[in-house]
Design a protein around this ligand. Structure first.
Ligand code: 4NP
Length: 148
């Protein structure tokens, strides 16, 4: 059973809190959290323009606070979902010996988009484009948990 899912990006103020907010609305039965591989924004709420774009689609993510990924997360979650390959590789460098928790890319769950990563809107400023991709992938992720 995949009961606990962790979404991971770099800063934990744009992509992963948005993914958490979208996914928790779609699958409230799953325990979710998000974090960043970097620690620059620890304790901060999601980035204002990201919060606004999410809120415009009905997702209030103002309760979330940034934290940094820790190796304990491998044991605390059933599935770790990274926003890009750099995040995925950074997570893998911290995997405890013997741990087998899968670390997937969010875009693995949206093959129809052709995307191989979630672009960082902190730099691209395309908050809506990122939410489009996240919403598609979140539906795919939920479907992957409930085959048939
Ligand atoms: P995120 O975007 O990984 O989607 O939260 C970022 C936000 C801030 C920084 C990096 C990425 N930063 O270095 O401050």
């Amino acid at each position: 059973m995949t009961n606990r899912i962790l979404f991971v990006c770099l800063g934990n103020i744009c992509r992963s809190p948005a993914a958490e907010g979208v996914f928790r609305a779609l699958a409230p039965e799953v325990a979710t959290d998000s974090c960043g591989t970097g620690g620059w924004h620890v304790g901060e709420p999601p980035y204002g323009p990201m919060q606004a774009a999410a809120r415009a689609r009905g997702h209030d993510i103002s309760d979330l606070r940034a934290r940094q990924f820790t190796p304990d997360d491998f044991d605390r979650f059933d599935l770790i979902v990274a926003m890009d390959a750099a995040n995925q590789q950074e997570i893998e460098t911290r995997r405890p010996t013997g741990n087998t928790t899968p670390v997937r890319l969010l875009t693995d769950f949206a093959p129809e988009t052709g995307a191989d990563h979630v672009p960082d809107p902190y730099y691209t400023r395309d908050f809506d484009g990122v939410l489009d991709l996240i919403e598609t992938a979140a539906r795919g992720l939920k479907a992957s948990l409930q085959p048939g």
